[in-house]
Write a protein that binds this ligand. Structure first.
Ligand SMILES: Cc1cc2nc3c(=O)[nH]c(=O)nc-3n(C[C@H](O)[C@H](O)[C@H](O)COP(=O)(O)O)c2cc1C
Length: 321
Protein backbone atom coordinates (compact mmCIF):
# COMPACT_ATOMS: atom_id res chain seq x y z
CA UNK A 1 0.00 0.00 0.00
CA UNK A 2 1.34 3.49 -0.84
CA UNK A 3 2.42 5.84 1.94
CA UNK A 4 -0.53 8.16 1.27
CA UNK A 5 -3.10 5.38 1.25
CA UNK A 6 -1.70 3.95 4.47
CA UNK A 7 -1.92 7.35 6.17
CA UNK A 8 -5.53 7.72 4.99
CA UNK A 9 -6.45 4.25 6.27
CA UNK A 10 -4.88 5.11 9.63
CA UNK A 11 -6.81 8.38 9.75
CA UNK A 12 -10.09 6.54 9.11
CA UNK A 13 -9.16 4.09 11.83
CA UNK A 14 -8.42 6.89 14.33
CA UNK A 15 -11.81 8.42 13.48
CA UNK A 16 -13.52 5.33 14.93
CA UNK A 17 -12.96 6.90 18.37
CA UNK A 18 -15.07 9.94 17.54
CA UNK A 19 -18.13 10.67 19.69
CA UNK A 20 -21.55 10.17 18.11
CA UNK A 21 -25.16 10.47 19.10
CA UNK A 22 -25.95 7.40 21.26
CA UNK A 23 -22.68 5.95 19.94
CA UNK A 24 -24.38 5.11 16.63
CA UNK A 25 -21.14 5.81 14.65
CA UNK A 26 -23.23 6.69 11.57
CA UNK A 27 -20.29 6.98 9.16
CA UNK A 28 -18.38 4.96 6.61
CA UNK A 29 -15.01 5.71 4.98
CA UNK A 30 -13.77 4.85 1.54
CA UNK A 31 -9.97 4.93 1.33
CA UNK A 32 -8.71 5.56 -2.21
CA UNK A 33 -5.13 5.88 -3.50
CA UNK A 34 -5.20 9.68 -3.28
CA UNK A 35 -8.18 10.61 -1.10
CA UNK A 36 -10.42 9.67 1.79
CA UNK A 37 -14.20 9.88 1.38
CA UNK A 38 -16.70 10.14 4.22
CA UNK A 39 -20.26 8.83 3.82
CA UNK A 40 -23.24 8.90 6.16
CA UNK A 41 -24.79 5.55 7.12
CA UNK A 42 -28.52 6.15 7.40
CA UNK A 43 -29.11 2.58 8.68
CA UNK A 44 -27.61 3.89 11.93
CA UNK A 45 -29.64 7.11 11.94
CA UNK A 46 -32.01 7.66 14.89
CA UNK A 47 -35.09 8.08 12.73
CA UNK A 48 -37.40 8.89 15.66
CA UNK A 49 -35.13 11.25 17.62
CA UNK A 50 -33.29 12.67 14.62
CA UNK A 51 -35.51 12.49 11.50
CA UNK A 52 -33.67 15.41 9.84
CA UNK A 53 -30.30 13.70 10.47
CA UNK A 54 -28.86 16.75 12.22
CA UNK A 55 -27.31 14.68 15.02
CA UNK A 56 -26.11 12.20 12.42
CA UNK A 57 -24.31 15.00 10.57
CA UNK A 58 -22.82 16.39 13.79
CA UNK A 59 -21.54 12.89 14.54
CA UNK A 60 -20.05 12.49 11.04
CA UNK A 61 -18.40 15.89 11.58
CA UNK A 62 -16.65 14.68 14.74
CA UNK A 63 -15.31 11.69 12.77
CA UNK A 64 -14.16 14.03 9.98
CA UNK A 65 -12.25 16.15 12.50
CA UNK A 66 -10.73 13.08 14.18
CA UNK A 67 -9.37 11.93 10.79
CA UNK A 68 -7.77 15.37 10.30
CA UNK A 69 -6.18 15.17 13.76
CA UNK A 70 -4.60 11.85 12.78
CA UNK A 71 -3.23 13.30 9.52
CA UNK A 72 -1.90 16.39 11.33
CA UNK A 73 -0.04 14.11 13.74
CA UNK A 74 1.74 12.51 10.76
CA UNK A 75 2.62 15.92 9.33
CA UNK A 76 0.33 15.70 6.28
CA UNK A 77 -1.10 18.79 4.70
CA UNK A 78 -4.43 18.23 2.96
CA UNK A 79 -7.52 19.83 1.52
CA UNK A 80 -11.01 19.13 2.85
CA UNK A 81 -14.00 19.48 0.51
CA UNK A 82 -17.47 19.31 1.98
CA UNK A 83 -19.94 18.77 -0.85
CA UNK A 84 -22.50 18.05 1.89
CA UNK A 85 -24.16 15.24 -0.06
CA UNK A 86 -22.60 11.90 -1.04
CA UNK A 87 -19.78 11.79 -0.11
CA UNK A 88 -20.26 14.21 2.78
CA UNK A 89 -16.59 15.14 2.68
CA UNK A 90 -13.38 14.34 0.86
CA UNK A 91 -9.88 14.71 2.30
CA UNK A 92 -7.10 15.01 -0.28
CA UNK A 93 -3.55 14.94 1.10
CA UNK A 94 -0.86 17.15 -0.44
CA UNK A 95 2.58 17.24 1.20
CA UNK A 96 4.30 16.41 4.47
CA UNK A 97 5.89 18.88 6.85
CA UNK A 98 7.50 18.61 10.32
CA UNK A 99 5.01 17.53 12.98
CA UNK A 100 3.98 20.16 15.55
CA UNK A 101 4.06 18.90 19.20
CA UNK A 102 0.50 20.19 19.51
CA UNK A 103 -0.62 17.80 16.76
CA UNK A 104 0.81 14.82 18.62
CA UNK A 105 -0.95 15.92 21.82
CA UNK A 106 -4.28 16.20 20.02
CA UNK A 107 -3.89 12.66 18.67
CA UNK A 108 -3.27 11.37 22.19
CA UNK A 109 -6.47 13.06 23.33
CA UNK A 110 -8.57 11.00 20.89
CA UNK A 111 -8.07 7.97 23.13
CA UNK A 112 -8.48 9.85 26.41
CA UNK A 113 -11.69 11.75 25.57
CA UNK A 114 -15.00 10.33 26.67
CA UNK A 115 -18.46 11.55 27.54
CA UNK A 116 -18.52 12.30 31.22
CA UNK A 117 -21.94 12.15 32.84
CA UNK A 118 -20.59 12.41 36.39
CA UNK A 119 -21.14 15.58 38.36
CA UNK A 120 -18.39 18.17 38.12
CA UNK A 121 -16.06 19.59 40.76
CA UNK A 122 -17.04 22.55 42.95
CA UNK A 123 -14.74 24.86 41.04
CA UNK A 124 -15.52 26.71 37.85
CA UNK A 125 -13.66 26.27 34.56
CA UNK A 126 -11.31 29.26 34.30
CA UNK A 127 -12.02 32.18 31.96
CA UNK A 128 -8.71 31.46 30.22
CA UNK A 129 -9.74 27.91 29.36
CA UNK A 130 -13.23 29.03 28.30
CA UNK A 131 -11.71 31.65 26.01
CA UNK A 132 -9.50 28.98 24.48
CA UNK A 133 -12.48 26.69 23.87
CA UNK A 134 -14.40 29.55 22.23
CA UNK A 135 -11.39 30.23 20.00
CA UNK A 136 -10.91 26.54 19.16
CA UNK A 137 -14.56 26.15 18.13
CA UNK A 138 -14.36 29.26 15.97
CA UNK A 139 -11.19 28.12 14.21
CA UNK A 140 -12.91 24.81 13.44
CA UNK A 141 -15.97 26.44 11.89
CA UNK A 142 -18.64 27.12 14.56
CA UNK A 143 -19.13 29.44 17.52
CA UNK A 144 -19.55 28.77 21.21
CA UNK A 145 -21.85 30.97 23.26
CA UNK A 146 -21.25 30.68 27.01
CA UNK A 147 -24.57 31.07 28.85
CA UNK A 148 -25.14 33.59 31.63
CA UNK A 149 -26.99 32.60 34.80
CA UNK A 150 -30.47 33.50 33.49
CA UNK A 151 -29.83 31.67 30.26
CA UNK A 152 -28.80 28.53 32.17
CA UNK A 153 -32.25 28.53 33.74
CA UNK A 154 -33.83 28.97 30.31
CA UNK A 155 -31.77 26.02 29.07
CA UNK A 156 -32.95 23.96 32.06
CA UNK A 157 -36.57 24.66 31.09
CA UNK A 158 -35.89 23.82 27.43
CA UNK A 159 -34.24 20.50 28.38
CA UNK A 160 -37.13 19.60 30.67
CA UNK A 161 -39.70 20.44 27.97
CA UNK A 162 -37.76 18.56 25.30
CA UNK A 163 -37.70 15.40 27.41
CA UNK A 164 -41.41 15.60 28.22
CA UNK A 165 -42.70 16.60 24.84
CA UNK A 166 -45.11 14.91 22.44
CA UNK A 167 -48.17 12.69 22.64
CA UNK A 168 -47.81 9.33 24.38
CA UNK A 169 -47.59 7.24 21.16
CA UNK A 170 -44.70 9.43 19.99
CA UNK A 171 -43.01 9.07 23.39
CA UNK A 172 -43.42 5.28 23.15
CA UNK A 173 -41.66 5.27 19.78
CA UNK A 174 -38.85 7.43 21.19
CA UNK A 175 -38.48 5.09 24.19
CA UNK A 176 -38.37 2.04 21.93
CA UNK A 177 -35.63 3.63 19.82
CA UNK A 178 -33.68 4.54 22.94
CA UNK A 179 -33.93 0.97 24.20
CA UNK A 180 -32.34 -0.35 20.97
CA UNK A 181 -29.27 1.79 21.41
CA UNK A 182 -28.80 2.14 25.15
CA UNK A 183 -28.16 -0.18 28.08
CA UNK A 184 -26.69 -3.66 28.53
CA UNK A 185 -23.21 -4.63 27.38
CA UNK A 186 -23.36 -3.72 23.66
CA UNK A 187 -21.09 -6.52 22.30
CA UNK A 188 -21.95 -5.54 18.70
CA UNK A 189 -19.79 -2.41 19.15
CA UNK A 190 -22.46 0.32 18.97
CA UNK A 191 -24.70 2.07 21.50
CA UNK A 192 -24.15 3.15 25.09
CA UNK A 193 -23.47 0.34 27.57
CA UNK A 194 -24.79 0.52 31.14
CA UNK A 195 -21.19 0.94 32.28
CA UNK A 196 -21.17 4.49 30.79
CA UNK A 197 -24.45 5.62 32.36
CA UNK A 198 -25.09 6.95 35.86
CA UNK A 199 -26.71 4.63 38.41
CA UNK A 200 -29.16 7.43 39.03
CA UNK A 201 -29.61 10.86 37.52
CA UNK A 202 -27.66 13.38 39.61
CA UNK A 203 -29.41 16.44 41.02
CA UNK A 204 -28.60 19.20 38.58
CA UNK A 205 -30.10 22.52 37.49
CA UNK A 206 -30.02 21.40 33.86
CA UNK A 207 -31.12 17.76 33.76
CA UNK A 208 -28.95 15.16 32.08
CA UNK A 209 -30.64 13.10 29.39
CA UNK A 210 -32.78 10.40 30.94
CA UNK A 211 -31.75 7.25 29.07
CA UNK A 212 -34.56 5.37 30.86
CA UNK A 213 -32.25 2.62 32.03
CA UNK A 214 -30.04 2.67 35.10
CA UNK A 215 -26.30 2.46 34.61
CA UNK A 216 -23.46 1.51 36.91
CA UNK A 217 -21.48 4.77 37.09
CA UNK A 218 -21.46 6.46 40.50
CA UNK A 219 -22.12 9.93 39.15
CA UNK A 220 -21.84 11.76 42.49
CA UNK A 221 -24.49 13.59 44.43
CA UNK A 222 -23.09 17.02 43.73
CA UNK A 223 -24.94 19.83 42.15
CA UNK A 224 -23.90 21.46 38.90
CA UNK A 225 -23.72 25.02 40.21
CA UNK A 226 -20.05 25.27 39.18
CA UNK A 227 -20.70 23.89 35.71
CA UNK A 228 -20.61 26.17 32.68
CA UNK A 229 -23.25 25.72 30.00
CA UNK A 230 -22.73 26.74 26.42
CA UNK A 231 -24.41 26.50 23.04
CA UNK A 232 -22.51 25.60 19.90
CA UNK A 233 -24.00 27.56 17.03
CA UNK A 234 -23.35 28.95 13.59
CA UNK A 235 -24.79 30.92 10.70
CA UNK A 236 -26.30 28.15 8.58
CA UNK A 237 -28.67 25.19 8.62
CA UNK A 238 -27.37 23.23 5.61
CA UNK A 239 -25.89 19.72 5.77
CA UNK A 240 -22.41 21.20 5.35
CA UNK A 241 -23.06 23.56 8.33
CA UNK A 242 -24.00 20.66 10.63
CA UNK A 243 -20.94 18.75 9.48
CA UNK A 244 -18.73 21.78 10.26
CA UNK A 245 -20.41 22.05 13.66
CA UNK A 246 -19.43 18.43 14.35
CA UNK A 247 -15.83 19.25 13.46
CA UNK A 248 -15.92 22.19 15.87
CA UNK A 249 -17.43 19.97 18.57
CA UNK A 250 -14.58 17.49 18.20
CA UNK A 251 -11.95 20.26 18.21
CA UNK A 252 -13.25 21.90 21.36
CA UNK A 253 -13.83 18.54 23.09
CA UNK A 254 -10.21 17.44 22.49
CA UNK A 255 -8.98 20.80 23.71
CA UNK A 256 -11.23 20.53 26.79
CA UNK A 257 -9.87 17.03 27.47
CA UNK A 258 -6.34 18.44 27.52
CA UNK A 259 -7.46 20.84 30.26
CA UNK A 260 -9.24 18.11 32.29
CA UNK A 261 -12.55 19.76 31.44
CA UNK A 262 -15.38 17.29 30.97
CA UNK A 263 -17.87 17.85 28.17
CA UNK A 264 -21.42 16.58 28.25
CA UNK A 265 -23.49 17.20 25.10
CA UNK A 266 -27.19 17.87 25.67
CA UNK A 267 -28.90 17.23 22.36
CA UNK A 268 -32.56 16.79 23.43
CA UNK A 269 -33.41 20.54 23.21
CA UNK A 270 -31.98 20.63 19.67
CA UNK A 271 -33.85 17.51 18.53
CA UNK A 272 -37.25 18.98 19.43
CA UNK A 273 -38.29 21.83 17.07
CA UNK A 274 -39.91 24.20 19.60
CA UNK A 275 -37.08 23.96 22.15
CA UNK A 276 -34.55 24.38 19.33
CA UNK A 277 -36.45 27.58 18.55
CA UNK A 278 -36.12 28.70 22.22
CA UNK A 279 -32.37 28.19 21.99
CA UNK A 280 -32.25 30.18 18.76
CA UNK A 281 -34.14 32.95 20.54
CA UNK A 282 -31.68 32.71 23.44
CA UNK A 283 -28.88 33.43 20.96
CA UNK A 284 -30.72 36.63 20.07
CA UNK A 285 -31.39 35.35 16.56
CA UNK A 286 -27.65 35.55 15.76
CA UNK A 287 -27.36 31.95 14.64
CA UNK A 288 -28.61 28.38 14.40
CA UNK A 289 -28.09 26.37 17.61
CA UNK A 290 -26.36 23.03 16.96
CA UNK A 291 -25.82 21.56 20.43
CA UNK A 292 -25.97 22.53 24.11
CA UNK A 293 -22.98 21.54 26.23
CA UNK A 294 -22.20 21.22 29.91
CA UNK A 295 -18.56 22.00 30.68
CA UNK A 296 -17.00 21.38 34.07
CA UNK A 297 -13.87 20.32 35.88
CA UNK A 298 -13.62 16.59 36.39
CA UNK A 299 -13.92 15.52 40.00
CA UNK A 300 -10.80 13.41 40.79
CA UNK A 301 -12.82 11.63 43.50
CA UNK A 302 -14.93 9.95 40.81
CA UNK A 303 -13.51 7.00 38.88
CA UNK A 304 -13.76 7.42 35.12
CA UNK A 305 -16.22 5.04 33.41
CA UNK A 306 -14.75 2.63 30.84
CA UNK A 307 -14.72 3.68 27.19
CA UNK A 308 -17.78 2.91 25.09
CA UNK A 309 -17.33 0.22 22.40
CA UNK A 310 -16.63 0.86 18.72
CA UNK A 311 -17.47 -0.99 15.51
CA UNK A 312 -14.58 -3.06 14.12
CA UNK A 313 -12.60 -1.24 11.40
CA UNK A 314 -13.74 -3.47 8.48
CA UNK A 315 -17.34 -2.45 9.14
CA UNK A 316 -16.63 1.26 8.69
CA UNK A 317 -13.57 1.38 6.41
CA UNK A 318 -13.40 0.16 2.84
CA UNK A 319 -10.17 0.13 0.83
CA UNK A 320 -10.60 0.84 -2.91
CA UNK A 321 -8.27 1.55 -5.83
C1 LIG B 1 -24.11 14.97 18.40
C2 LIG B 1 -24.00 14.31 19.75
C3 LIG B 1 -25.06 14.40 20.65
C4 LIG B 1 -24.98 13.80 21.91
N1 LIG B 1 -26.00 13.95 22.82
C5 LIG B 1 -25.88 13.42 24.05
C6 LIG B 1 -26.91 13.64 25.04
O1 LIG B 1 -27.90 14.31 24.79
N2 LIG B 1 -26.73 13.12 26.27
C7 LIG B 1 -25.63 12.37 26.58
O2 LIG B 1 -25.54 11.90 27.72
N3 LIG B 1 -24.65 12.14 25.67
C8 LIG B 1 -24.74 12.65 24.44
N4 LIG B 1 -23.75 12.46 23.51
C9 LIG B 1 -22.58 11.65 23.85
C10 LIG B 1 -22.64 10.27 23.18
O3 LIG B 1 -23.59 9.46 23.83
C11 LIG B 1 -21.24 9.64 23.21
O4 LIG B 1 -20.38 10.40 22.41
C12 LIG B 1 -21.22 8.21 22.72
O5 LIG B 1 -21.98 7.39 23.55
C13 LIG B 1 -19.79 7.66 22.65
O6 LIG B 1 -19.19 7.69 23.92
P1 LIG B 1 -17.87 8.53 24.22
O7 LIG B 1 -18.14 9.96 23.91
O8 LIG B 1 -17.62 8.30 25.69
O9 LIG B 1 -16.76 7.99 23.35
C14 LIG B 1 -23.81 13.06 22.26
C15 LIG B 1 -22.74 12.98 21.34
C16 LIG B 1 -22.83 13.60 20.10
C17 LIG B 1 -21.66 13.53 19.16
Amino acid sequence: MSEVKQALAQAADAARFAPSIHNTQPWRWVVRADRLELFAVTERQLTEHDPQARMLLLSCGTALHHAQVALNAEGWTYRVDRPGTEPLAVITPADRRPVEPEATRHLQMLRVRRTDRRTVRDEAVSETVLTELVKTAEQAGARLHVLGRDQVLQLAVAVERAEATGPSDERDRLSAELATWVGGERPEGTGIPSSALPAELPLTTVAERDFQTPGTVQAGEGHDRFATYAVLYGPGDTEADWLRAGEALSALWLSATEHAVSVLPLSAPIEVPFTRESLRWMLGGTGVPYLALRLGLQDPAHTAPPHTPRLPAPQVIELKD
